[in-house]
Design a binder for this molecule. Sequence first.
Ligand SMILES: Cc1cc2nc3c(=O)[nH]c(=O)nc-3n(C[C@H](O)[C@H](O)[C@H](O)COP(=O)(O)OP(=O)(O)OC[C@H]3O[C@@H](n4cnc5c(N)ncnc54)[C@H](O)[C@@H]3O)c2cc1C
Length: 508
Amino acid sequence: MNIEVSKSFNIKKDIISFIADYKEKLTELFNERNDEDQLLTNRGLPPYILREVLECNPLSTFIPAEYNGRGAVTSEALSMLEASSYQSLPLSLMMGINGALFLQPLANYGSEEAKRNVFEQFIKKKNMGGLMITEPDYGSDALKMQTGFSYSESTNTYKISGLKHWAGLTGWADFWLITARGFDDKGDLGRDIGFFIHDSSKGGIDVIEYYKNLGLYMLPYGRNKIEIEVPAEYRLEPTTTGVTMMLDILHRSRLQFPGMSTGHLRRMLDEAILHCKDRIVGGVNLFKYDQVRERLARLQSYFTVSSAMSYFTSVNVPLTADTSRMDVAANSIKSVVTDYMHEASQSLLQLVGAKGYRLDHIAGRSMVDSRPFQIFEGSNDILYQQISESVLKMMRKSKETNLYNFLKNYNLTENAVGYFKELLNFELDTKMKQRQLVELGKALGSIVSMEMTIRLGEKGFNSDMILNSLKVIRSEITSSLSTFSSNESPDVIDEYEDGSSWIQFIRA
Ligand SMILES: Cc1cc2nc3c(=O)[nH]c(=O)nc-3n(C[C@H](O)[C@H](O)[C@H](O)COP(=O)(O)OP(=O)(O)OC[C@H]3O[C@@H](n4cnc5c(N)ncnc54)[C@H](O)[C@@H]3O)c2cc1C
């Protein structure tokens, strides 16, 4: 969608006033000129709202300065995502898709021509872009995708054909990053993955079906038939292999989830506190009940840990950093913080009670809107397993078999692990069941998150909030480690129908 800009939002202003002006515009659009609840229960977004949001140039935070962006400074992009998600989680996801799944891959791996042309369209015409990886038969095992590409020397172009689904901004994006596999000499699909930038106005991407997505109503999803031709300069150029480039793209994106989560978690916290101070039950406000205070403390902890992750990513992940080997940090951040996002939404709904169980209430809406964050960009079940596998691999390499000893010398856990010496002081069995790998991964992901929280505390973040969140996270880690070491191993009973109807025992 090309949007001609009536007035240019000054992208050169300092980041504090840039974000302040952006927030003011969001408040005006979502709360003053429109009813937020009604707006977010309708599918899509009225074009004038999208236009006015994009006129604030939020996406310029992802674009390097030499292409007239704000310089692609990580902390700026995360601040913009945080401001967006405080107002609207789907809006923040829309910005996150554009930034982490399109603009940043282009900035790091695009040809000069592609960058000059595409960045200009984003700055001047407020274009948008998304990423297509997932296929109906290949989601978690995306490396087996069936979309194929072949090169034609005569035209210096790539022909790409296949079927993709669930790409955010389906039918809306002006540009797509399409992933596909090449063919080997025998005509079979090869192992490496290619990334191609396609201009939607050239045709060849047909939306066969729009999905009725359960939440995130603002964003269109669906199934697309791909039959496109892309000039050779519009193929991303990996430093080594396409798979490593894909890892860098996905890890960088996962590392930036705290941009979206911090604003969402702060909103859940603010809504919960507001409600609990106002709602009288049994003659006192909810805020006075101990169980309610426990929930609120947990929400505050989630917000604090997510802030610590934002700080970590801002300091450690400039656009130029190669993140392809940052698997433990990326997978810990993404899985832990998206579990928090959904848990926080569930907790707000519990506190608000029946009033929250409405599609047009922030609590009910957040519950469905936050859920897919645990599924996309790596299902959390799989990511937790991968965290354990990464740690086991490093332990094997360093010939260390004691988990505590390893984590004590690992920079993502070195301070936090001190609290768990007794629980972690054991020789790790390398042949664990998958469920144990997942449970251990949960504990490890939380220890990594705790380390980030300790470091934010050292920088001077509100010490009461840091102390409280360390208490919350310590109890989470203890609980995961106790499940991990428990010997209970329930298994699913196949063909369970036999003898499993309680009514038969009444008749007997
Ligand atoms: C709202 C939303 C937005 C999305 N946005 C995009 C996008 O912009 N671009 C894009 O390309 N895709 C996108 N996706 C697709 C998303 O990345 C996939 O849904 C995801 O990769 C999982 O694939 P799948 O749905 O096919 O599930 P499957 O691969 O079938 O997995 C389903 C579940 O099976 C279990 N499972 C799978 N493998 C294993 C295993 N090895 N071990 C244990 N358990 C396992 C897990 O519980 C997993 O959650 C989006 C999806 C949603 C819902």
